[in-house]
Design a protein around this ligand. Sequence first.
Ligand SMILES: Cc1cc2nc3c(=O)[nH]c(=O)nc-3n(C[C@H](O)[C@H](O)[C@H](O)COP(=O)(O)OP(=O)(O)OC[C@H]3O[C@@H](n4cnc5c(N)ncnc54)[C@H](O)[C@@H]3O)c2cc1C
Length: 418
Amino acid sequence: MNETKTVSVIGGGPAGLMAAEVLSAQGLQVHVYDAMPSVGRKFLLAGRGGLNLTHSEPADIFASRFGDRRAQVEPWLAQLGPQALRDWAQDLGIETFVGTSGRVFPKDMKAAPLLRAWLHRLRSNDVQFHMRHRWLGWAESASAAHSLRFATPSGEQAQAADAVVLALGGGSWSRLGSDGAWVPWLQADGIDVAPLAPANCGFDMAWSEHFSSRFAGQPFKSVAIAFTDSRGRRFARKGEFVATATGIEGSLIYAASSLLRDEIAAEGSATLTLDLLPDRTPEQVLAAVMHPRGARSLSSHLKSRLGIDGIKAGVLHETLSRDAMHDPVQLAAAIKAAPLRLIAPRPIDEAISSAGGVRFAALDERLMASARPGLFCAGEMLDWEAPTGGYLLTAAMASGAVAARGVLSHLDQAAGQH
Ligand SMILES: Cc1cc2nc3c(=O)[nH]c(=O)nc-3n(C[C@H](O)[C@H](O)[C@H](O)COP(=O)(O)OP(=O)(O)OC[C@H]3O[C@@H](n4cnc5c(N)ncnc54)[C@H](O)[C@@H]3O)c2cc1C
């Protein structure tokens, strides 16, 4: 019944490609459109630092990573969860392994071989790819369920489809294609969209000129940060991060970034505390600071007794006055909890991912827009977020599969009504 139906998938990232796979496997004619000259650019970028496809932790913990959106995302994972994703990669000839942190990677860490095998499978399923087709919204047409406007190298074109999956990505790294330009178009169509915001991002703060010129680009290693927001939600973890010329970034900061971002939005700033020696108690630190240092300078004392030098010593000078540096109690307290006041998240374009997007209230559980039956949305353009660790790709791809199954059920229903 569905064989003659045409489905347009707009956006050739992991969410759109997974939708195309599920649809084409059911014999539908699938067209994938993308604004860029090739698909999967962010997926390929993700592979540059080692493609973290998913995570091996227990399902309950995995689902908890989606925070407030757990209820919406968990049903997707039941359709395409971490193990199913590993099996899928295996089926494409890509073996995966579990790293020491529990994260799952392809054996060679790369995204390109996986993408190549995936595109090969899609082409054998007769998926048609249309690159440099930038979707602009809808054209009015009485003849097709959906008439889509595209900017193409040969001018504007209209294409008809029986159903549409939008998988346009979020708003970060716009040079790879996901520019968030679709937000006002969907809003104009009566589809509720939460403003896009940076997620897994760095932050700005006011380093002194002296600190940023000496330490920008250097890591804080084996430290811990703690933060409690004004609603009492707490984040505390060991790890590492990097000082930038204007602030801080890196894995430990990304992990806390949704709380920090929301606090800055609500309160104008967010102050986290930095523990330079998480493996020592405050008492041990105080005892070491107070240990007689004879003729040695304070900096060589800190270095020899506590291993504090370089950027760690630098941040103490940032947070303490000259007098306070020489007060053992204040110095020991700052070593265990130096306050860093963050004033703004870095721009969304620099973020690993984005929060916000099409609100779930605008969609049914198949991810079809109530305001436009036959239009489905998937991937990072939906209003969920997650930390790094393979959760982003897993949920993006799982939602692509859910939207595709939604298309199948919608087309079946529509056919049954005729
Ligand atoms: C540096 C970096 C590293 C990352 N590493 C990881 C990782 O290791 N593990 C992990 O889980 N996640 C990682 N991510 C996040 C992950 O890559 C994304 O969450 C994921 O790609 C989102 O998939 P998507 O299909 O929803 O959107 P995208 O991959 O952004 O794809 C959207 C597509 O839509 C197209 N498009 C947009 N607008 C239009 C339009 N108007 N017309 C036509 N086409 C359009 C774009 O060109 C693009 O191809 C990383 C992200 C970054 C930036």
